[in-house]
Design a protein around this ligand. Structure first.
Ligand SMILES: Cc1ncc(COP(=O)(O)O)c(C=O)c1O
Length: 432
């Protein structure tokens, strides 16, 4: 039996439930990447490292809630804090102490977070970061990376998918105000930035390209971009929505001695609840202060109805507290497992693949088109994505292991070395 038939056989209920979903939702989903052929299984519940679908199948999960669940699904401490908060209620729409507690823990760990504004998604956080950069500088152009993903905001929805030259969507306006630069190519990037320097409000970069292929930036590259940006009186924005609190207790930028003006956070800092954070230096963030400023002087940024809802704040605080109290044991464990996974995957596949990643994040790229190393999203896009989807789908169908097909994997505190070994065994059984 082939992997599709095997999958269909074990996910009959999912097929029926997903058919209902398809009648009501675009592509049956509410985030484009969640659909895969022939249909995604439907999750009933999750716990620890596992997702359990409506047919009762269990999957060791490496998607981990869009990589937000660093402690795994439903960790005890976070669950208990949420239960306590539920007793007090879940939506205030007012100032609350839960927010202050989360901000205190974030600001201690992220030195640049002198002022913080919460939203409910990463998309909003980057959207406001862009607006703020334009307000502060009085300029219009934002540079992003080829293959950089910052959410669906129209301000950054360009040059996401290879070949990066086509519009990502109809309905866009002012696309010419977004320019894109090649990752880890300082000379090529500076050439483009210099051409646009007069009207350049800021540059936004992920220190590890996530959606673009799980590719770390070199510190020389980021430092070079930062130097140009600061000399040009533009703003240096780091999007750490994936990387913050993923590799260490805090952001990645201090490990590279960077000095960003604005940093965006999300995912892990919400402990699995809706969140986005824009934070930065006081002198930059004060442009968003609405007291006593004319409209023409201020940057009017959200918020929103559900910002700082106590559920997100408590989940985030509880998750960060757990990470902090573990005194680095969680990070050293998951980073070590990531290293192990990358090394062993390389051994299994040899030069047929290139494994990218850092710490607890890893991604397999099936070499094609003469690609022998991956330092940017073009290299990643030239690899064999059909083979990657097949590899991931084989593990869903036959091995009870879930990677969102085509995406990078994230190891959580709920994974053990035994889990990684199972994933490696499933890999050995994958016929190229
Ligand atoms: C680097 C980065 N920025 C922004 C976003 C958007 O976050 P959200 O999906 O919460 O809107 C994502 C989401 O994956 C991301 O990876």
């Amino acid at each position: 039996m082939n992997i599709i038939s095997e999958y269909k056989k074990k996910t009959r209920k999912s097929a029926k439930v997903f058919a209902r979903s398809s009648k009501l939702h675009i592509n049956g989903v509410s985030h484009n990447i969640r659909f895969y052929e022939p249909y995604p299984f439907v999750v009933k519940k999750s716990s620890g490292k596992n997702l359990i679908d409506v047919d009762g199948n269990k999957y060791a999960d490496y998607w981990m809630g869009h990589w937000s669940l660093i402690l795994g699904h439903g960790p005890k401490k976070v669950k208990e804090s949420l239960q306590k908060q539920m007793e007090k209620s879940w939506m205030y729409g007012t100032v609350n102490e839960q927010t202050i507690k989360l901000s205190e823990i974030i600001s201690k760990a992220v030195p640049v977070a002198e002022k913080i504004r919460y939203v409910t998604s990463g998309t909003e956080a980057t959207m406001y970061a862009v607006r703020l950069a334009r307000s502060v500088t009085g300029r219009k152009i934002i540079a992003k990376i080829d293959g950089g993903w910052h959410g669906y905001t129209s301000d950054l929805l360009k040059s996401v998918n290879w070949p990066f030259s086509e519009s990502e969507s109809s309905g866009m306006i002012n696309e010419e105000k977004i320019i894109s630069i090649p990752y880890n190519n300082l000379e090529g990037s500076l050439k483009i930035l210099k051409k646009n320097s007069e009207n350049l409000a800021g540059v936004i970069i992920e220190p590890v390209l996530g959606g673009g292929g799980c590719i770390p930036a070199t510190s020389e590259y980021l430092k070079g971009i930062q130097e140009f940006v600061h000399k040009n009186k533009s703003l240096f924005i780091l999007d750490e929505i994936v990387t913050a609190f993923r590799f260490r207790f805090g952001c990645l930028y201090p490990t590279m001695k960077l000095d960003p003006d604005i940093v965006t956070l999300g995912k892990i800092v919400g402990g699995g609840m809706a969140i986005g954070v824009m934070c930065g230096k006081k002198e930059i963030m004060q442009y968003a202060d609405t007291t006593g400023k004319k409209k023409s002087e201020r940057s009017y940024v959200g918020g929103g109805t559900f910002s700082t809802n106590p559920i997100s704040m408590v989940a985030g605080y509880s998750t960060l507290s757990k990470l902090k109290n573990s005194k680095n044991t969680i990070y050293s464990q998951i980073n070590r497992l990531g290293e192990f996974a990358r090394k062993e995957l390389e051994k299994i596949f040899g030069d047929k693949v290139i494994i990218t990643g850092k710490g607890s994040l890893f991604m397999t790229h099936f070499a094609k088109n003469g690609i022998t190393e991956i330092t940017n999203a073009t290299h990643a896009a030239k690899c064999d994505s059909t083979m990657l989807q097949r590899y991931h789908f084989k593990m869903i169908s036959q091995d009870g292991i879930f990677f969102l097909p085509g995406k990078l994997g994230a190891i959580s505190a709920a994974h053990s070395k035994g889990d990684i070994k199972k994933m490696l065994l499933a890999t050995e059984n994958f016929k190229l």
